[in-house]
Design a protein around this ligand. Structure first.
Ligand SMILES: CC(C)(COP(=O)(O)OP(=O)(O)OC[C@H]1O[C@@H](n2cnc3c(N)ncnc32)[C@H](O)[C@@H]1OP(=O)(O)O)[C@@H](O)C(=O)NCCC(=O)NCCS
Length: 147
């Protein structure tokens, strides 16, 4: 099931974060997400084990998908899709109809996931990552809200 993350979940989330990213967020970043008043963190949990998480931040009329990851042992089983759909529905219910994100140009899996939900690469941020890899800037608009 997908639910809102709580402070007690942060050690498990942080452990997944280190497994999934070379430039991992710090544990402190996750605490800040829970207290900054504009971000929402979700976890995908099965049998009390956290298998995935996602962070979205709403600023004015835009949502930014800040983070999404799934335990490497559980990838390809639809958890990423469920988290992405949940975020789209969650922000839409708050009247937010556009979502943006950055993704490494080399991250074909994530790019395919986002494209399958209608995200389109609209630009490139040069040297966005700590290792200097570029990022695609992707956007998704609800059908009736396309610019
Ligand atoms: C990206 C990520 C969250 C996807 O999670 P997942 O649970 O494995 O994804 P799903 O099983 O829901 O698959 C969703 C879609 O992703 C794509 N995908 C999944 N595995 C893939 C693979 N091995 N190769 C290419 N595309 C793949 C497909 O489009 C798939 O849809 P389909 O099954 O209809 O073809 C996961 O791979 C991950 O945690 N990666 C490391 C962290 C990361 O890169 N996060 C994104 C940062 S921008």
């Amino acid at each position: 099931m997908i639910r809102l993350a709580e402070t007690k979940d942060i050690p498990a989330i942080f452990s997944l974060e280190k497994q999934c990213f070379s430039d991992a967020w710090s544990e402190q970043n996750f605490f800040e997400v829970l207290s900054n008043g504009i971000s929402t963190m979700l976890v995908y949990e099965k049998g009390n084990i956290i298998l995935g998480y996602a962070v979205v931040t709403i600023i004015f009329d835009e949502a930014h998908l800040d983070n999404i990851a799934v335990d490497s042992k559980m990838r390809g089983s639809g958890i990423g899709k469920q988290l992405t759909q949940y975020i789209i529905d969650f922000v839409s219910q708050k009247g937010i109809h556009k979502i943006t994100l950055e993704v490494r140009l080399s991250n074909t899996t994530a790019i395919n996931l986002y494209k399958s939900f209608g995200f389109v690469a609209e630009g490139v941020r040069k040297n966005y990552y700590m290792d200097n890899e570029d990022a695609y800037i992707m956007w998704r608009y609800d059908d009736d809200k396309k610019p």
